[in-house]
Design a protein around this ligand. Structure first.
Ligand SMILES: [Zn+2]
Length: 522
């Protein structure tokens, strides 16, 4: 593995021209679909489930359980049941200031957050050894030939600062196949079978929009980025409808227990929308007491309206569930060094010194037009200041009339773009809590741009209003959705307990009451 295991070999001199790579990628995708279709049921493993009290490691020659048996459903964890009357009750009020208004989580992924609670949580691992120990414990609790699925891996947080190897993972899991997500869900590491099923091997070119880490012989190491990661994850069977409902209930009860009365779901997939509509129609959303705002993928929104339009209209009338917008990705992530910046990273991906535009300018324009034509605002993922500017440029040019167009994340914003938010009526939806974990990576990757990180004071000074046009969220399951984390980050600009000298852009700190107001429902 290269330094920190981040070497990419996309620009291999022996690689075919891009045109051929596109064709090869399409062929690889066809192969992967075919491979999936060809897989016997045993290859299309059931989703790993922990069944408490049953420790049944798989042994060679041990008869496998009947795979046609339906999936054991995971029960939601017991959670404090927040009743509507308790909604306004403050939770942890930080250093004394307690919010009285109901809270809004403006950026979360509800079903994936619920699902993540049943996966191996790697967020607290600080070394490869700890990670492998956790993997071994988790793998031994799985049934049959279920794959070990993990999330929250933070390569930068491991003392070795590298990914686990396939051999290490297979050793720890007792030969069980593994798929472990990087915490930002834009990269993962997988063992051989998931990669092969996704059509990723020595001979296939990287899928379009994705990167495959390879050893010097061209063999994939198991680490894949962006579209290649999504391709591998697509091989993992989706949970069934009943499990999705349980995942959503688990997630929403958790949000309710933290004081949230409204949660925005920033990439609502059709299966999750179907499940949420069911939960609304059966009164479950009323019982939990959380309102949900859906943001449908821009490419799927017309299909979603065609399939669920009537039910969505009925739900919106009742007020508990509403289609509130569409979603587009304009760039990658900070930790993946794929967030699109105006200046070079200090330690860039060689082929992408300023990160990657995941959406072309033309695609941003088309998405704005599509969303405007439907009458919904577009929420665009733009983490780097380059992506933020590209989206603002497009909005300025097209001037959509639908209110509520949003930029999600905006972790860096150039000074010149600050006044454009209020002037163009663009909502800025940020997750200050990410600062708590990104401090080191920000210092390392963007040492000359730290003063532009989460410029909250500038945005408010330029006219954005807390809770109305400046919104706070967490991006759960990327990080936990405890609102206190964002309050700490917005007010301290560092992790609590860190010396003040470690603060990132301390001039951008805002006071605690204003920070809570960014969580308040407008
Ligand atoms: Zn997100």
């Amino acid at each position: 593995m290269g330094r920190r295991g981040h070497r990419r070999r996309r620009a291999r001199p022996d690689q075919p021209p891009r045109r051929h790579r596109v064709q090869a990628a399409a062929a690889a995708q066809r192969r992967s679909r075919q491979a999936l279709d060809d897989l016997p049921r045993k290859g299309r493993h059931r989703r790993g489930r922990t069944r408490r009290g049953r420790h049944r490691p798989r042994r060679a020659g041990h008869p496998r359980p009947d795979r046609r048996r339906p999936l054991p459903l995971r029960r939601p964890r017991p959670l404090a049941r927040a009743r509507r009357g308790e909604r306004a009750a403050p939770h942890r009020g930080g250093r004394g200031l307690k919010p009285t208004a109901p809270l809004r989580e403006a950026h979360a992924h509800i079903a994936p957050y619920g699902r993540s609670m049943s996966m191996l949580d790697l967020s607290r691992c600080s070394s490869i050894g700890e990670l492998l120990d956790a993997l071994e414990r988790h793998a031994s609790s799985l049934e049959g030939d279920a794959w070990a699925l993990g999330h929250g891996l933070r390569v930068e947080g491991l003392s070795e600062r590298r990914w686990p190897t396939q051999q290490e993972m297979l050793g720890a899991s007792g030969g069980r196949e593994c798929v472990l997500w990087l915490f930002d869900h834009h990269a993962l590491v997988a063992t051989g079978a998931p990669l092969r099923a996704a059509g990723i091997d020595k001979h296939a070119a990287d899928p379009e929009g994705g990167l495959v880490d390879r050893d010097p012989s061209g063999e994939p190491t198991g680490v894949v980025y962006e579209k290649a990661a999504k391709l591998v994850w697509s091989i993992v069977p989706e949970p069934g409808p009943e499990q999705i409902r349980l995942d959503i209930v688990t997630a929403l009860e958790k949000f309710a227990s933290m004081g949230f009365a409204e949660v925005h779901d920033l990439l609502s997939q059709p299966d999750a929308i179907d499940a949420l509509l069911d939960l609304h129609e059966t009164g479950e959303l009323d019982r939990i007491g959380v309102e949900v705002r859906l943001f449908a993928p821009i490419d799927d929104v017309r299909t979603i309206l065609g399939r669920f339009g009537d039910r969505i209209d009925r739900a919106a009338t009742a007020g508990r569930l509403r289609l509130a917008g569409t979603k587009l990705f304009a760039d990658g992530t900070l930790n993946g060094r794929t967030a699109l910046m105006l200046a070079d990273y200090a330690d860039p991906i060689p082929e992408h010194p300023r990160g990657m535009a995941v959406a072309s300018t033309r695609r941003i324009y088309e998405s704005i037009r599509t969303s405007e034509a439907i009458g919904l605002p577009l929420a665009t993922h733009a983490i780097g200041d380059g992506a933020v500017r590209a989206v603002l440029d497009a909005i300025e040019e097209l001037r959509p009339q639908t209110p509520g167009f949003r930029i999600e994340h905006a972790e860096l914003i150039d000074a010149a773009d600050i006044p454009r938010f209020a002037r163009l009526g663009v909502v800025c939806s940020v997750q200050p809590c990410h600062l708590l974990t990104d401090i080191e990576v920000l210092r390392r990757l963007l040492p000359n741009r730290l003063h532009r990180v989460l410029p909250l004071a500038d945005l408010l000074g330029a006219g954005l209003q807390p809770g109305r046009t400046l919104l706070f969220g967490s991006d759960a399951p990327i990080v936990r959705p405890d609102p206190q984390d964002s309050i700490d980050a917005a007010t301290l600009r560092r992790r609590p307990g860190m010396p003040e000298s470690e603060a990132i852009a301390p001039a951008q700190a805002i006071d605690e009451a204003t920070a809570w107001a960014c969580f308040a429902r407008g």
